[in-house]
Design a protein around this ligand. Sequence first.
Ligand code: MN
Length: 259
Amino acid sequence: MPLEEYKRKRKFEDTPEPPPKLGSKTGHRFVVQKHDATRLHYDFRLEMDGVLKSWAVPKGPSLDPGDKRLAMQVEDHPVSYFDFEGIIPENNYGAGTVMVWDLGTWQPLSPVQVEGKYVPATDAEAAAMLAKGDLKFRLNGKKLKGDFALVKMRGRRPGSKGNEWLLIKKHDAAEVEGYDIDDYDESVLSKRSLAEIAGNAGAKEWKSSRPASRGKLKAAWLADAVAKLDQKNLAKKAPAKAAKKKQKSQTQGTRRNTG
Ligand code: MN
C-alpha cells in the first residue's frame, strides 16, 4: 500500500507533518528540504505517481557535474509534504528543523539523446527508468536548474542496504563549477535560515513575514503553497502568542533526536 512506511514511522497526533494521503498522479513538482535531524542532510523529493519519491542526500545536491552526491532512497512521502517547513518535535521520527530549500517542477528525460541533447520522456518511461535504477530528469527550480541523473549503486559497498544512489549534475548551461551549497542557505518559501525556523535565540533578526521574493512566485501552485504556509503561520500565531515566551526557551532544546 502506498505511503504505508511513511504512516508506520510517524505519530500524527505528535508531528505537524502532513497525513499519508495519496495525491493526483499527474503532478511534476520537486522539493529539496534541508533537515537538521540526527545528522544534517537534504531530502530530495520528486513528485511521481501521486507520491514524493524521496532520497536523503547528506551533502545536498550540487550544480557541479564533478560532484557525485550519495543519495539514500527513503520511504515515499505524501505530495502535501512539498511545502512542509517547521519543527518535527522531539521523540518523533526525524525530529529537528525542516527548511524548504528549493521548489520547482521536473521533467523526465529520455535516455536516448537527440543531437547530443536530452529530450523529454513520458511518465511511463520515467517509472521504467526509476525501476531500472537510472533516472534522468530536468529541474526547473529556484536554485536547482538543468539536467540531472539519479543512478542506483549496485552492491559496491559491504553492508549496503541496496538503497544507495548517486545524484549527478549533467553538463549543460546550468552547471556551476565549485558549487557551494552553503552559499544558498535560506528557505525559498520564507527566506529564513534553519536557526530562524527553529526559533533559536541569537539567530539573525526576523526579516519580514512578507519575503521580498514574493513577486517572483509566478507559478500558481507555488503561490498556492506560499498562501497555505502563510495561513498555517497565521493560525499558529494567535494561540501561540501567549505561549511564545515559553516556546522560545523550549525550542533551544528541541532538536537532534531520531531520524
Ligand atoms: Mn530527512
